[in-house]
Design a protein around this ligand. Structure first.
Ligand SMILES: [Cu+2]
Length: 128
């Protein structure tokens, strides 16, 4: 008994194309990571708890070009990986400050800070 899995009538002509496509995709994804300067940086972000972590990481991810963001509540360091051609440390710090978390270069708006849940109202760094 033969089962015909070939649903494509142009099968013979198409044969080499899927492989080329795969190689092409692989090449593209590699250039995205390497050629366009994926960069990993650590940024100090003030916060307290697990909900801060969620909020901070969400804000970092909202910046175009950010592929990874992870905030450590024990030392307050946000580790971000981003495409340098699209994002920058200041853009990320700005986004994080906008949701209520101070960084060493951007201060959150007082009103935004006041609206944070009680557990999230971290001790703010001294104002400069
Ligand atoms: Cu919190």
């Amino acid at each position: 008994m033969t089962v015909n899995f070939n649903l494509n009538p142009n099968h013979k002509r198409m044969k080499t194309k899927p492989m080329m496509f795969l190689v092409g995709m692989l090449f593209l994804s590699m250039t995205t990571v390497f050629a366009f300067g994926a960069k990993t940086e650590k940024i100090k972000v003030y916060g307290n708890c697990g909900s801060c972590k969620t909020r901070i990481e969400k804000a970092a991810h909202s910046v175009k070009g950010v592929t990874q963001a992870s905030w450590d509540k024990t030392d307050g360091m946000l580790t971000v990986t981003f495409d340098e051609t699209k994002a920058s440390v200041s853009k990320i710090e700005e986004a994080v400050a906008k949701v209520g978390h101070d960084t060493d270069h951007f201060k959150a708006d007082d009103k935004t800070y006041d609206k944070l849940p009680g557990c999230c109202q971290y001790d703010r760094p001294a104002k400069k």
